[in-house]
Ligand binder design. Structure first.
Ligand SMILES: N[C@@H](CCC(=O)N[C@@H](CS)C(=O)NCC(=O)O)C(=O)O
Length: 237
């Protein structure tokens, strides 16, 4: 999809429309889309849904989930990764998600890899939230809950986290970003996933767990120093 076609979808034929990105007031899976829109210079309405309104809103959404992106023509887009690609395609400079097969193939593989990274962590996180989904009793009736959660998360941080950080470092260790000198949507997705582990959100995933991987820390800094990312972060603060 050309930048022109993507921008038409996002801001209308006359460029005066606005898409509405609805998500919770968290970074979650939508922050990468917010950043990509900002880097691509696509104005959007950043709608934050309060948890207290979610019960009423949920049945009105297509799959009972957010984010959803409402285009100026009323089309409702689901799936943050589809939104990320659309935002990337809308970059007039053609850098975020370049319109050539080779670049896209490289970026798509990295998006797949960061998806694997996120999926690998998910059971470690959700076992603490919904142990029944993994065949365990509810947390209050499960004596070994904390021990099991600690074991899973600690092992992930020890073994899986460095494995994925290494895969990405093989790329950004050579160049400024994952695919070269230009920031792409793969960088935004990978940045968000590594950043998650620096935030100390889950027990047994301490916020200094990435600190012993200096290449990854330096990479996060390079992404944050990208002028458009820095501008987004400054406006958000
Ligand atoms: N694959 C979807 C996942 C969306 C998703 O999991 N949304 C969660 C928040 S991160 C949600 O809406 N949770 C509320 C619920 O399921 O009731 C995407 O990337 O957009």
């Amino acid at each position: 999809m050309s930048a022109e076609a993507a921008r038409k979808l996002l801001i209308g034929d006359d460029g005066a429309g606005t898409s509405k990105l609805e998500y919770f007031d968290i970074e979650g899976v939508a922050e990468q889309v917010r950043i990509a829109f900002s880097v691509a210079d696509v104005p959007f309405e950043d709608v934050r849904i309060a948890w207290s309104d979610w019960g009423t809103k949920k049945p009105t959404t297509k799959y009972g989930q957010l984010p959803q992106l409402i285009l100026p023509d009323g089309t409702i887009v689901t799936q943050s990764e589809a939104m990320l690609r659309l935002a990337g395609a809308a970059d007039k400079q053609g850098k975020l998600y370049p319109d050539d097969a080779k670049s896209r193939l490289e970026i798509d593989q990295l998006l797949g890899l960061v998806g694997d990274f996120a999926r690998a962590w998910r059971p470690c996180l959700y076992i603490g939230m919904r142990p029944q989904a993994f065949g365990h009793p509810e947390k209050k009736d499960w004596a070994d809950a904390d021990k099991t959660i600690e074991k899973l998360r600690t092992e992930f941080i020890k073994n899986e986290l460095p494995r994925y950080l290494e895969y990405f470092a093989e790329k950004h260790g050579k160049d400024k970003f994952l695919t070269g000198d230009d920031l792409t949507i793969a960088d935004i997705a990978v940045y968000m996933q590594i950043r998650y582990f620096t935030r100390g959100i889950a027990d047994y995933a301490p916020k200094d767990c990435v600190d012993k991987y200096p290449d990854s820390i330096a990479y996060l800094k390079r992404v944050e120093e990208h002028p458009k990312v820095a501008e987004y972060k400054k406006n958000k603060a």
